[in-house]
Design a protein. Structure first.
Lengths: 355, 302
């Protein structure tokens, strides 16, 4: 079963939309709501992707007994070929391994978020930003060089929990799974934004001292947000890993998984999840178009056309920051209770017997 | 004889201290960590490459133009990006994002330059080193003398300017208290712009000298920025002398640390070099967040 070309274009667009939406929404929670400048978004994304590359394959190979005392990295294509063949006949195990991997990847991301932010979480935001950026670079260095983890520069094949669908249609199933996860993440971050926690985060963002005066433990809230944000981003990374079928840490760099999400969030509209989704859609579409027409431009210019795009993206980001810092869809003021409901509560307070 | 590893460490530490001094200078004035700082140096690196491989002249002639190129790149960042944002009352997180965006622009420009030179002149612009273009003095590479001299010259010139000239004193006043400084007639904006120009210029010079001893690549700035921040944080981000010492410490620790560790446990440790500045930075942040200059040294003196 082979997919038509138009369909693969659309599927790829939707899959990357989903993956980037998850990552950008997590960044929006950290930056848009809580004001934490996470310049190390790559860290959690890579953490999630590495988890999916390193653990589920090993566990299944061990359970199915296809390891045969072979080195997991050296004989990776053979071992993973066998694992995926057995797994394709077993829908139940496929579902279990998918869900378990996503949950554990989220935990890995949360842990990385805590470790990376720990040295600077009590300091000013710029120290935190520098530390997170540096930590992300370190994880990449480890991923590139420590080959027992995810095969270093060669990478590893990833478990394919959609193989039971059959033929090339597994990629459609994977995309549907990504979009469902995106929908869940959207509902989750939206409900956080509307909850008392969301209001606390915005209070911390707008005036740290005032929030502290009202008894909010700023450090604790920041840590919590970075944990949740990193967990979500790790899910995004894990899904990217499942979708590509092969995990190599050099495919995850600061440009793709820190800079792009920042562009999406800031231009889309920080602290507004719908705006962020719009930003994600615009830039994923743009990226897809560029990849599609890349070969048309390349013979005429002596460099990779991607660099021109990155240059224009940087320029666009600066122009938006100067002239429209609230983004395409600005943050909405928080909805308070309705007038009637407020009056009712006032009445009840007045009617209450004084103590 | 100086062992080669010591020479390499001396060169790297000197160049790093020039970079962290410049970064700290702009942090002191504008209060924003400049994430684009390392790529000012990368511009200098490619200037040296063009001079020595395309124009076939002595790469040391590039020091002056590199100061200009780095300085202008920094001045553009300040005047066209940060100043308009400051005038609109943007907070420093927005300024930080703007420097990241500017870094992206510089990184793209550098890659475009590297690819174009490669395509047009058929010379390697990735993973190159220009050791053979260096002169020799007393049987040693000239850079072993030039790099430390440049670093010492930098910090002493800054000391003289900031303490002995009217403009430098005005600059320090503008750093201490911008509003009061402008009340007494100091052009705060001008002093800030000059600090950005000097900062970028120093980075450009450090970059221009770098390929004479260190392997360079278009993405060298991506890793260098971690070391520069580590050095600046170790120095406390509030004193250029602290940043100078921080740069020396981080530079020596990185090269000598990986060098001697690789002798002891094997060469596999070499790629993990960036972990050293990161660990030093994390320890500084945990135990002395104000850096070396923030520690009350008097309590150790009896």
């Amino acid at each position: 079963m082979v997919l038509p070309v138009e369909m693969t274009f659309l599927i790829d667009l939707l899959a990357f939309f989903g993956i980037y939406a998850i990552i950008a929404l997590s960044l929006n929670l950290e930056f848009g709501y809580a004001g934490i400048p996470n310049f190390g978004k790559l860290l959690a994304v890579l953490g999630g992707a590495m988890f999916v590359g390193a653990i589920p394959g090993r566990v299944l190979a061990y359970l199915y007994g296809v390891m045969d005392n072979l080195d997991f990295i050296q004989y990776n294509p053979d071992i993973m070929g066998n694992v995926n063949k057995i797994l394709s006949a077993d829908i139940f195990s496929s579902a279990v391994i998918l869900v378990a991997s996503l949950i554990l990847a989220a935990l890995t991301g949360a842990l990385l978020g805590v470790i990376a932010s720990y040295p600077a979480i009590r300091l000013k935001e710029d120290y935190l930003a520098i530390t997170l950026l540096a930590m992300a670079e370190i994880l990449r260095t480890i991923g590139d060089n420590y080959s027992p983890l995810v095969g270093g520069t060669m990478g590893v094949d990833v478990v394919n929990p959609f193989k039971w669908v059959g033929g090339e249609y597994w990629i459609l199933a994977a995309t549907i799974c990504i979009l469902l996860t995106t929908a869940l993440v959207f509902i989750y971050v939206e409900s956080i934004g509307k909850s008392p926690l969301g209001r606390t985060l915005r209070a911390i963002r707008d005036d740290e001292a005032a929030a502290e005066t009202y008894g909010k433990d700023v450090t604790k809230f920041r840590m919590k947000v970075l944990m949740v944000g990193s967990a979500l981003a790790a899910v995004g990374g894990a899904l990217a890993s499942f979708y590509s079928g092969h995990m190599v840490s050099s495919a995850f760099d600061r440009v793709l998984y820190t800079f792009w999400p920042w562009v999406m969030v800031v231009i889309g509209g920080a602290a507004n999840n719908l705006g962020v989704m719009l930003g994600v859609f615009v830039f994923v579409f743009l990226r897809k178009i560029i990849i599609f027409y890349k070969d048309v431009f390349n013979p005429y210019i002596p460099f990779d056309v991607n660099w021109l795009v990155y240059l224009l993206l940087g320029l666009a980001l600066i122009i938006v920051l100067i002239y429209k810092p609230e983004g395409i869809i600005p943050e909405k003021p928080d909805k308070t209770l309705e007038q009637d409901r407020l009056k009712e509560i006032m009445k009840r307070i007045e009617a209450a017997p004084e103590e | 004889m100086i062992p080669p590893i010591f020479g390499r460490a001396l060169v790297y530490a000197s160049l790093l201290s020039m970079l962290s001094t410049g970064l700290t200078l702009t942090y002191m004035t504008t209060k924003v960590p400049n994430f684009a700082h390392a790529n000012f140096a990368t511009l200098g690196i490619y200037l040296t490459l063009v001079l020595s491989k395309v124009l076939h002249v002595n790469p040391y002639l590039g020091v002056g133009p590199a100061f200009l190129v780095g300085g202008v790149a920094a001045l553009i960042l300040y005047l066209l990006v940060l100043k308009p944002l400051l005038d609109r009352g943007a907070n420093y997180i927005i300024l930080m994002i703007a420097t990241v965006a500017y870094d992206m622009i510089l990184y793209s420009v550098i890659n475009i330059i590297a690819d174009s030179i490669n395509r047009l002149y058929k010379i390697s612009t990735k993973l190159f080193i220009l050791q053979s273009f260096d002169f020799r003095i007393w049987g040693q590479p000239g850079l072993f003398l030039v790099a430390p001299a440049a670093a010492v010259l930098t910090v002493s010139a800054l000391y003289l300017v900031l303490n002995k000239t009217k403009f430098g004193i005005a600059m320090r006043a503008a750093i201490e208290n911008p509003s009061l400084a402008s009340v007494v007639g100091i052009n705060v904006n001008l002093t800030y712009a000059v600090s950005w120009f000097i900062s970028g210029g120093l980075a450009g010079v450090a970059g221009a000298l770098m390929p004479l001893r260190i392997m360079c690549n278009p993405d060298v700035g991506m890793r260098l920025i971690v070391s520069i921040f580590a050095a600046s944080i170790l120095g406390g981000l509030s004193s250029i002398y602290g940043a100078f010492i921080g740069g020396l410490l981080i530079g020596f620790a990185e090269i000598l640390g990986t060098g001697y560790l690789s002798l002891a446990v094997g060469t596999w440790v070499v790629p993990y070099r960036p972990i050293i500045p990161l660990l030093m930075m994390a320890i500084t942040l945990l135990f002395a967040p104000k850096g070396l200059t923030g520690i009350k040294w008097r309590i150790f003196r009896r």
